[in-house]
Design a binder for this molecule. Structure first.
Ligand code: CO8
Length: 253
C-alpha cells in the first residue's frame, strides 16, 4: 500500500495501490501515518518525496469505502486525513509531491499539504467532490484557495473540472512539468539541491513561512526576526559565511 525507502538523506514514499488508482482508504492513511513517524525518527532524512505507482498519483479518497459512512464515522475519517495532512504540512522537513498521473479529490488535497509539487506531463488534476454530492473534506476548501487563489479554486471545486499539467503550472498548483520518464530524476535532483542547503536554515524557513502565513503580518515579521537571530552563531551560519569569504563550497553539518 505504501512503500518507504530512505537513501542518501532522501525518503521516498510510493502510494502503491494501483488496482484502486492509489485511492486513500483507512489502511493507506494508517500506513502513511506510520511512514511519516519512521521518517521523523530518522535524523538522516533531509527531504521527503511522494509519488504514485502506476498511472495514478492518488485518485482521491476511497469512494467505495466512504459511500456508506455516516455521522461520526465520516467525521472521524475526514479528521484522520485532515490531521495527517496538517502534520505533513507542518513538518520541518521539506516534502515534494511528484505527481505522476491522476490526482483527484483527496489526492490533490494531499499534494497541497506538501511543500512543493512537480508534475509529469501526463498528470491530471481535479476536485470532483461536488459531482459526487460531497465537498473536499481533507482540507481542500481551505488549502486550495491559499495556493491557486479563491476564484480559480472555486472554479475547480464548483465544476469538478479536470485540468492538465500545463493549467496546473499556469495557476501555481505545481512549479515544474517533466516528461513521465524524467519526472523522478528531476524530483530527486530538486530534492538533492534542497538537501545541500543548511538543514537548520531549511527548517527555519519552513517554520517562518508556515507559521507566518497564518499570523497577522506584524506577528509574522517577529517570528521571522526571531528565527533569523537564532540562525546567527550556528555552526552552519559560521561555515556558510566563511565559505563565501574563502570562495569555496560550504560544508554544512
Ligand atoms: N475510490 C475507490 N476506487 C477508485 C477510485 C476512488 N477514488 N478511483 C479509482 N478507483 C477504482 C475504480 O473503481 C476501478 O476499480 P474496479 O476495477 O474494481 O472497477 C479501478 O480503480 C480503476 O479505475 P478506472 O477503471 O476508473 O480507471 P480509469 O483509467 O478508467 O479512470 C480515473 C481513472 C479517471 C482516476 C477514475 O478512476 C476516476 O474518476 N476515479 C475517481 C476520481 C474521484 O472522483 N476522486 C475523488 C474522490 S472523493 C475524495 O477524494 C474526497 C476527499 C475528501 C474525503 C473526506 C472524507 C470525508
Amino acid at each position: 500500500m505504501i512503500k518507504l525507502t530512505i537513501n542518501e538523506g532522501i525518503a521516498t514514499v510510493v502510494f502503491d495501490r494501483p488496482d484502486a488508482m492509489n485511492a486513500l482508504n483507512s489502511e493507506v492513511i494508517d500506513a502513511l501515518s506510520k511512514a511519516i513517524e519512521t521518517i521523523e525518527s530518522d535524523n538522516s532524512v533531509k527531504v521527503v518525496v511522494f509519488t504514485g505507482a502506476g498511472k495514478a498519483f492518488i485518485a482521491g479518497a476511497d469512494i467505495k469505502e466512504m459511500e456508506c459512512l455516516r455521522g461520526d464515522e465520516i467525521r472521524n475519517f475526514s479528521k484522520k486525513g485532515r490531521d495527517l495532512f496538517r502534520k505533513i504540512e507542518m513538518l520541518t522537513i521539506p516534502t515534494i509531491a511528484a505527481i505522476n498521473g491522476y490526482a483527484f479529490g483527496g489526492g490533490v488535497e494531499f499534494a497541497l499539504s506538501c511543500t512543493l509539487r512537480i508534475a509529469s506531463e501526463k498528470a491530471k488534476f481535479g476536485l470532483p467532490e461536488a459531482t459526487l454530492g460531497i465537498i473536499p473534506g481533507f482540507s481542500g476548501t481551505q488549502r486550495l484557495p491559499r495556493v491557486v487563489g479563491k476564484s480559480y479554486a472555486l472554479y475547480l471545486m464548483l465544476t469538478g473540472a479536470t485540468i492538465d499539467a500545463q493549467a496546473a503550472l499556469d495557476h501555481n498548483l505545481v512549479t515544474e512539468i517533466h516528461t513521465s520518464e524524467e519526472l523522478m530524476d528531476a524530483t530527486i535532483l530538486l530534492a538533492k539541491r534542497i538537501a545541500k542547503s543548511s538543514k537548520q536554515a531549511v527548517e527555519k524557513i519552513l517554520t517562518a513561512v508556515n507559521l507566518g502565513m497564518e499570523a497577522p503580518i506584524d506577528s509574522a515579521l517577529e517570528i521571522e526576526t526571531g528565527l533569523m537571530a537564532n540562525a546567527f552563531g550556528t555552526k552552519d551560519q559560521i561555515e556558510g559565511m566563511a565559505a563565501f569569504r574563502e570562495k569555496r563550497k560550504p560544508n554544512f553539518e
